[in-house]
Ligand binder design. Structure first.
Ligand SMILES: [Zn+2]
Length: 112
């Protein structure tokens, strides 16, 4: 196995597996690979109340949102259907009737 991680203690690349542990013969460090190599937790999207959001959810705005570059405001209580979760500062991609494609922040919406 050549895809074992390098030793987190001394960075030597001679790691071998010993049962469920990984061992570095260079410095003797032993560690549990589920700690060192675990995938980062999947990002979860939550609305303003902590409810989990999913692609396709319908949500409601809990705050008036000014549209950049225009004087229009999307009013609190506006319903948004079929959201799409995206990475980024604005983490919700959606289309709002009468306004068109829009990106929102999950902290300003609640699940409908
Ligand atoms: Zn080591």
């Amino acid at each position: 196995m050549s895809n074992l991680p390098a030793c987190p203690a001394c960075a030597a690349d001679y790691t071998y597996e010993d049962g469920s542990q990984l061992v570095c013969p260079s410095c003797g460090h032993e560690w549990n690979p589920t700690d060192a190599t675990a995938e980062p937790a999947a990002k979860v999207w939550k609305d303003a109340h902590g409810n989990l959001l999913q692609d396709g959810d319908s949500v409601t705005l809990i705050k008036d949102l000014k549209i950049k570059g225009s004087s229009s405001v999307i009013k609190v209580g506006t319903k948004v259907k079929n959201i799409r979760l995206i990475e980024g500062d604005h983490d919700i991609d959606c289309k709002i009737d009468g306004f068109g494609p829009m990106q929102l922040k999950s902290e300003f919406i609640k699940k409908a």
